[in-house]
Design a protein around this ligand. Structure first.
Ligand SMILES: [Zn+2]
Length: 432
């Protein structure tokens, strides 16, 4: 089901013409109204007159998260303060938060791209969404809420956490759609099983999972346990929140709402733009944003783009599901390792659950990686279990996939801390 046939199936040439027009207007607007950008562009020796089309994009300077913190709280505002109708911020756990200020038009765009996203999972005005993303300064909750309202669906704003109540609502209200982080979804599945709730008997049919990287193996796990279609949703506070990109049922990448958010991939080390298909850091320019527009914002998310046509009929570029983050990327003895690669291996292995933690340490100047993963109840209770044999087998699989040695430690069921939001997968004990 396509929410906006006009926008989502536009011929590429026409889409690029729309993008170019919007880019030219955006650059002129931020140069005139945001001293931060005027200074950056002056320093880079580029004026708004130099930007005439998409081919000129690479002339523009990048924007980094650090810079956004430096201009906290309102240094990016590109409109009069009275036109701002809503403000969100990032969690700011490692410093000042990043602020995203929305005009009424920005909220309208957000509602539109979220309506497109939910429609990709077939949500209609006669369905109910259990929205277990957090409401508040975090964009997850309200983003889904606005999209649901735009479609006319019934949205249950339960927000994150409170697992018992989540299960009660799932059972008693019978929502067709669920939105939360993938790790919390698996936690819900586990809690439901303990209470004898059988998902096969519930109307739930689709889930939109995001806010953290997850793998195709984890998708299979979720789909089997909940008897649903599990789709990946992508967004970030700095750009708009959720709805920047969404997977369709073809499951071959996430459709970027390219008429509003212009994507690029650059080499994370050199910042040189890379062609379609090559892995690198995802960069966005907000083509239509009024409140706090961003030019070439480096997301630190690692993926690649695929502009080939999708079988669903949409013409927008697709981004592959996140491969990781440049700041989450572990460098183990010089080898780049993403937690998602480890997850793929673990979820393929026999006898383990999708709950794991990666402990990185340094011993005699050498990095060590220990993968702690929960064994399932069957292995745990097996009298003749050969844990060492299991551990060695998984370790060999990891070596084959990553090219680095990782010690595997099977731990008891439920011993890895559960999260009601983003899972904390990495414990890095190295002091450098
Ligand atoms: Zn598609």
């Amino acid at each position: 089901m396509i929410w906006s046939v006009r926008s989502e199936t536009m011929a590429r040439a026409e889409l690029e013409r729309v993008q170019a027009e919007r880019l030219v207007e955006l650059v002129r607007r931020v140069y005139d109204r945001v001293p931060f950008y005027r200074k950056k562009m002056d320093l880079a020796g580029v004026s708004p007159d130099d930007i005439r089309g998409l081919g000129d994009l690479a002339k523009l300077p990048f924007t980094t998260k650090g810079e956004l913190r430096d201009v906290y709280p309102d240094g990016l505002l590109a409109t009069e303060r009275r036109k701002i109708v809503e403000v969100h911020t990032s969690s700011g756990t490692t410093g000042k938060p990043v602020v995203d200020a929305y005009t009424a038009s920005d909220i309208d765009v957000w509602s539109e791209v979220m309506a497109r996203a939910l429609s990709m999972g077939g949500v209609t005005s006669s369905e109910t969404i259990q929205n277990a993303y957090g409401y508040g300064l975090f964009t997850g909750g309200l983003g889904v809420h606005y999209g649901a309202r735009r479609i006319g669906a019934n949205v249950i704003p339960i927000s994150g956490g409170n697992t018992q109540r989540q299960l009660m609502i799932l059972r008693d209200f019978g929502p067709e759609a669920l939105t939360c982080t993938p790790s919390y979804c698996l936690y819900l599945a586990e809690a439901a099983r303990e209470q004898g709730i059988d998902f096969a008997t519930l109307p739930l049919r689709v889930g939109f999972f995001g806010a953290e990287p997850w793998s195709d193996m984890m998708r299979t796990e979720i789909e089997e346990k909940l008897h649903i279609l599990a789709l990946d949703i992508y967004g970030l506070t700095e750009i708009v929140g959720p709805g920047v990109a969404q997977e369709c049922p073809e499951k071959n990448g996430l459709h970027v709402a390219e008429d509003h958010f212009l994507p690029e991939i650059v080499d994370p080390e050199t910042a040189v733009p890379l062609p379609a298909g090559q892995k690198g850091e995802l960069v966005f320019t907000t083509l239509t944003k009024e409140g706090t527009p961003l030019i070439r914002y480096r997301t630190r998310d690692v993926t690649y783009l695929d502009p080939s046509p999708c079988r669903c009929g949409r013409t927008s570029t697709r981004m592959h599901r996140l491969l990781g983050r440049t700041d989450d990327m572990l460098i183990i003895r010089g080898v780049n390792v993403f937690p998602s690669q480890i997850e793929e291996v673990l979820l393929r292995a026999e006898g383990v659950e999708p709950h794991y933690q990666l402990v990185v340490d340094r011993s005699a100047h050498l990095d060590t990686l220990e993968v702690q993963v929960e064994m399932n109840e069957r292995i745990f209770s097996d009298q003749v279990r050969n844990l060492e044999g299991f551990e060695r087998a998984i370790s060999a699989e990891l070596f084959a996939a990553l090219g680095v040695h990782a010690a595997v430690k099977l731990v008891e069921p439920k011993s890895i801390p559960r999260s009601e939001g983003k899972a904390k997968r990495i414990v890095d004990r190295r002091t450098i």
